[in-house]
Design a protein around this ligand. Structure first.
Ligand SMILES: [Zn+2]
Length: 454
């Protein structure tokens, strides 16, 4: 038995062992960070202040720009260095008034949200019979029935990546077969009559038809009517329109490194949100937690060797213009981007970070998980392989190591892109634990003697 176990160990061992980071020199700093983060609820209170004053931060809105002004002023007051807003042109989509009214078999208003980037309807709306389908395959099989109708995709949530296809390209598939508009069951596992918005992408060469989300309750109701063979007619009204691009900004502040100020560890979230709810978990929480992590390091006198740069990216939700513009602005400086980390999956109880990097770099950062252990959820994996974020995606595609912050996310998609993404769903202690974990990770990566290899 012993020799077999030894053999398995040999097989499991990597071909070339990568040196791990000795975390002992960082343990005192990590413990101080944890103590300070849990001593009050400063981050949670700042998050509350932000979302109560600046909800509905959609690209092109005055609210988004006011939230950026506020963040820049607050970072300056916190003593951040090189605080600046870097201008970016962003899409400017506006929702306007909108409704779905059931006309046959009887009249009833249905809760709905238009999908971001959708075209609107004529002022009188589009009134048409509804074809309910459960998948793209069913639509294709019944394509001769789609002409002149409003297609409703009633597709239960499996994973976000799978189900979101009906939001991003449902209108294209419906238009392909002559539908005049399309609707989908909201992308989420649970609903209290909460429709979910989000963005779509029109495919070139197809008619652009309006696309809107019903609630799970509404979609199942129409499904039952269809199953009974009833004729369903609705009127869809949407004033949605795309205006000319608007000026926005990536909001940036730094803790400049004491030895290698030109080497940058980027951490951040996106400051824009949908035009519903407060965007508290998507993604004011990510912005405030990364910002507070650096404010805490400053307050503790922990200035690492390298610069930690906090970025509140703009326009993640309906264009990714902020993330792309950041990469373009620093195109000549990407070699000095040591790592980029993003929080954009909610700020619930922290699990650690998923890191996309070479074996050598991963071996160095993996032990940092042990320093975070006291604030992580029990049994959390700490630092795991694979992870990133939409805003840092452009950097990662240029070879910058990336990391995505991970939390207990069971409820995230209940609220995602709805009126219910509000502060009360978050917990002050969990938010403070996220700050501690993020601060420890950023500090150690910025402080370790050797720069992280590619
Ligand atoms: Zn987000």
């Amino acid at each position: 038995m012993r020799s077999l176990a030894f053999l398995l160990l040999l097989i499991a061992a990597p071909l070339v062992a990568q040196p791990a980071l000795d975390i002992e020199p960082y343990r005192v700093a990590a413990d101080r960070i944890i103590e300070a983060a849990l001593a009050d609820s400063a981050a949670f209170e700042r998050l509350a202040e932000m979302v109560d004053a600046y909800p509905r931060r959609l690209s092109g809105s005055v609210m988004l720009e006011e939230s950026i002004d506020w963040m820049l002023a607050e970072m300056s007051a916190d003593g951040f260095e090189n605080v600046r807003g870097e201008e970016v042109m962003v899409p400017h989509w506006v929702r306007g008034e909108e409704s779905v009214t059931l006309i046959e078999p009887r009249r009833e208003e249905l809760a709905m949200l238009g999908i971001g980037n959708s075209v609107g309807t004529p002022p009188e709306g589009i009134t048409a019979e509804v074809l309910v389908v459960g998948s793209f395959e069913e639509l294709e099989a019944r394509r001769t029935e789609a002409e002149g109708k409003i297609v409703l995709f009633n597709v239960p949530f499996t994973t976000y990546g799978e189900t979101v296809q009906y939001r991003t390209r449902g209108a294209n598939e419906a238009a392909r077969y002559g539908a005049v508009a399309s609707m989908l069951r909201s992308v989420g596992p649970v609903s209290l009559q909460t429709p979910h918005t989000g963005m779509l992408r029109y495919e070139e060469g197809l008619a652009q038809i309006p696309h809107a989300a019903l609630t799970i309750e509404g979609a199942e109701f129409l499904q039952r009517l269809a199953d009974r063979g009833e004729r369903i007619v609705v009127t869809l009204k949407m004033e949605a329109q795309m205006l000319p691009d608007a000026v926005s900004r990536n909001a940036i502040g730094e803790l400049v490194g004491r030895e290698h100020p030109d080497e940058i560890v980027v951490i951040g979230g996106h400051i824009d949100s949908w035009d519903v709810g407060q965007g508290a978990m998507d993604d004011a929480g990510g912005v405030v937690v990364t910002w507070e992590a650096v404010r805490l390091l400053k307050a503790l006198g922990l200035r690492p060797r390298r610069t930690i740069r906090v970025v509140g990216w703009t326009n993640e939700e309906n264009g990714l213009a902020g993330g792309n513009a950041y990469r373009d602005a620093y195109a000549d400086d990407l070699d000095n981007h040591i790592l980029a980390a993003e929080i954009d999956g909610g700020v619930f109880a922290p699990l650690g970070l998923g890191v996309t990097a070479s074996d050598a770099a991963f071996a160095l950062v993996e032990p940092i998980g042990e320093l975070m252990r006291p604030v992580l959820e029990e049994g959390a994996p700490g630092i795991t392989r694979g992870g990133g974020g939409a805003d840092i995606g452009p950097l990662m595609r240029e070879g910058v190591p990336g990391a995505g912050f991970r939390v207990v996310g069971d409820t995230y998609f209940w609220y995602h892109h709805t009126e219910a993404d509000t502060l009360d769903k978050l917990d002050a202690n969990e938010v403070q634990r996220c700050v501690a974990a993020m601060a420890i990770f950023a500090y150690v990566v910025a402080e370790m003697p050797e720069r992280l290899p590619r």
